[in-house]
Design a protein around this ligand. Sequence first.
Ligand code: XMP
Length: 516
Amino acid sequence: MANRLCIVLDFGGQYNQLIARRVRECGVYCEILSYTTPIEKIRELAPDGIIFTGGPNSVYDETSPHISAEIFSLGIPILGICYGCQLMAYTLGGEVESCEKSEYGKIEIQQTGGALFGGVPEKSIVWMSHTDFVSKLPEGFTVKAVSADCPCAAFECPEKKLYAVQFHPEVTHSEFGKQILHNFLYEVCGFTGDWVMDDFIESTVAKLREQIGDKKVVLGLSGGVDSSVAAGLLSRAVGKQLTCVFVDQGLMRKDEGDFVEDTFTRLFDMNFVRVNCKEQFLTALKGVTDPEEKRKIIGTEFYKVFWDKIREEADGGFFAQGTIYPDRIESGKGNESGNGSTATIKTHHNKVEMPKDISFDGVIEPLADLFKDEVRAVGEKLGIPHELVWRQPFPGPGLGVRILGEITEDKIKVLQEADAVFRDEIAKSGIESELKQFFAVLPDVRTVGVMGDHRTYEHLIAIRAITTDDFMTADWARIPYDVLARVSNRLCNEVEHVNRVVYDITSKPPGTVEWL
Ligand code: XMP
């Protein structure tokens, strides 16, 4: 079934991906295209709706993005947002001026009806961010909303199916923004909301097959959500043409390496290459206690092993990775898909260049336009196990940042066991979905205890659980006492060499999530 399509035409604004996300949340398939896309191409795609995004420019600036007036006569409904709204007015003969007073932030508007405002109260709050405004409408348009400083906060020409809003309906601060987008998509464009993640999977798989042809693809699989879902998609598209390289440095959680291997070899068609290199890491880390040095060593060793394996596997073809949209924002880059042979590799705290002597025909990032929750939805549809799809963030250096002091095989074992007990109790407690991250830490501390008749001198385990929206700030989770009590009991009884447990009650700031 051909998807009915909405096109988000990108004029360079900061919320473009968010618009696409909101459209998809409405159950409507959409793709983002540059404003430079030729009109013939748009005609060919025959979208059922087009949304012009915002952008930082002024329509009078010669270098700012413009578009041929022809687009307004295709008969396709168009919604212009912010710069897109000004561009629509300007291109069709209206006027745009600089505001006497820029509007920025939450602003009250008053609407006077029209298709966009069905179900929206007469007065509501929207998110504005503009220094230009539409001062005169093109012929045939009428104003449908105003704010104290903006006489054309929304306008329309229903005969031509053209609509525009000066504010940002895609931002959650716009109280009824979603309703307004929904109205445009359903009432104006006639979408019915039948697009689901199945359609994304189908169209992506088809595109991947076309792009990859009979070449090979190599993917670095970490066992995290993103690379796992990318692996699932690529496996569905090209099966055995895909090789996943999974480096197990011995610092993962209990049984995690086996679980990842088992999942991808049992459930998916692909070549799975696991590199076990715990010994190499332990040797490199011997005697090292400084946190930053540890991190550096783990990173360096990891990429040494990883690139060596990739080099072995590279045979022309493509290099794939599980970059998702927020990674692209963080690194300030656009989509690199298909950009020759060098790539910046996704890591949390640093960027890594692919060694010059490894070459691929291109880079594939099948999840580059998705947000985390969409990636998870795709993962579930692909049949990736719940444990992987809903995996909490786990740092690249693994348990290496959770063992203070020197990292030894014995300490890894104690921490893996302790962490597994803690996770098991949280899973049973029913509070797991309230926590964003929870784990055990092994401080380099032994304490005196008593067990039976004799004294012990064993490890202290710290447990950490946080709630957060964005990991930039976080609060310690108010885990019920009875859950803490069970965790403490089990840790001391079941995990060898543990005789004391503390709960970390530090928020971020001043603490960080991890201890190292
Ligand atoms: P912090 O400790 O910086 O953690 O408050 C914030 C989030 O980042 C994760 N984290 C890391 N992830 N490599 C990673 O891939 C690292 O070196 C690293 N350090 C922290 C941490 O688990 C939390 O989710």
